[in-house]
Design a protein around this ligand. Structure first.
Ligand code: TXA
Ligand code: MG
Length: 324
């Protein structure tokens, strides 16, 4: 089993162990505000290859490169004025920008899956301290085996990888609980590649422009990780449930009971108060609890598709998609 080192009780020891392992080319699981990431030195091809191997991830699917701050990001990616404005407003935070790679960047093409762009993010919290201490970008996908639910606790990560992982840094449950929102600016157009933990209405207010969601069914995959069946729990998922069937796990929202709850295997409420940020933070952990119970199926009551509800509904649709 991986060592779980608590960053809150001994941050200096956690930093020392993590930078030492990363320097040896060994992937380290790290906390971020969105989900836990499986990180490696983005300039070291052997280290990056280990991430793809450990996750069972197809190599055409690029990794997000995490930076200590905007200055570090500017050394690796080319910022147009609109991307810079968005970065200045929302970094550090749950936002990834896809930008042209700089010719002089040492980020290895394997981290970008050979693309001439790079997905860049500046996280908050302990990840940011680690990035400053390490001094180089860290490529980090979510710390789960490919196709599974992203981990929001150190325990989720350790359970998923077992002995194949050396070190997990623990900073407690992820505060946001959904992966970052991925945007790409093209000229004056802001395009959404993945809804996530940053509310798009905030981007629209800042820029005075609409964020274009144009993912028609069958359109080319632009964030290659956005395959339909993703974020899947073990149990089949039933959406828009208005009742719960005997033996099902019900994951509801907003505090109101549904018919049939007495015969449910378990009833969980993402946010009894109807708060979408709270619901986002609880979503993946609740799916894992339903799986741990061996649920025959998981029913979800409707969740409003506004604000963070857009990203929550995106993940639910992927969880319910036919399994490939
Ligand atoms: O919150 C997050 O974004 C977490 C934490 C650890 O930072 N990371 C994460 O990584 O969710 P991952 O690998 O599970 O998802 C990254 C997504 C994939 O869909 C990938 O295709 C897309 O980002 N991506 C990365 N680089 C890209 C690029 N250059 N162009 C288009 N999409 C890109
Ligand atoms: Mg992922």
């Amino acid at each position: 089993m991986a060592d779980i080192v608590d960053t809150r009780t001994d941050p200096e020891a956690a930093l020392a162990r993590a930078t030492e392992a990363l320097g040896r080319g060994v992937p380290v699981a790290i906390p971020t505000e969105t989900v836990y990431g499986l990180s490696a030195d983005a300039t070291n091809p052997q280290a990056i290859a280990r991430i793809y191997e450990m996750k069972g991830r197809p190599r055409f699917n690029p990794l997000i490169c995490h930076m200590a701050d905007l200055a570090m990001a500017e050394r690796h990616a080319v910022f147009d004025p609109l991307s810079r404005k968005i970065a200045e407003a929302f970094w550090p935070g749950p936002l990834t920008l896809v930008l042209p790679i700089r010719a002089e960047s040492a980020i290895h093409p394997l981290a970008r899956a050979g693309l001439d762009t790079v997905g860049v993010r500046v996280p908050t919290g302990f990840a940011s301290r680690l990035l400053s201490a390490f001094g180089r970008p860290l490529a980090a996908p979510s710390a789960n085996t490919s196709g599974r639910i992203s981990p929001t606790t150190a325990r989720h990560v350790a359970d998923d990888f077992g002995d194949r992982l050396e070190l997990v840094l623990d900073a407690g449950p992820a505060v946001v609980g959904l992966e970052s929102t991925i945007l790409r600016v093209e000229g004056e157009t802001i395009r959404l590649l993945r809804p996530g933990g940053l509310d798009l209405e905030a981007v629209e207010r800042l820029t005075g422009r609409p964020v274009i969601r144009n993912e028609k069914a069958g359109a080319a995959i632009e964030a290659p990780g956005m395959l339909a069946s993703h974020y899947a729990p073990d149990a089949p998922v039933r959406l828009e449930a208005r009742d719960v069937r005997p033996g099902e796990v019900l994951i509801r929202f907003g505090g109101a009971a549904l018919p049939g709850e007495r015969d449910a295997a378990l009833v969980l409420d993402l946010s009894p108060a109807g708060d979408l940020a709270e619901a986002a933070a609880n979503l993946f952990g609740y799916m894992k609890r339903a799986d741990a119970l061996g649920a025959a199926s998981i029913a979800f009551s409707p969740i409003p598709a506004v604000g963070l509800g857009e990203a929550i509904n995106d993940r639910l649709q992927r969880a319910a998609a036919p399994r490939g």
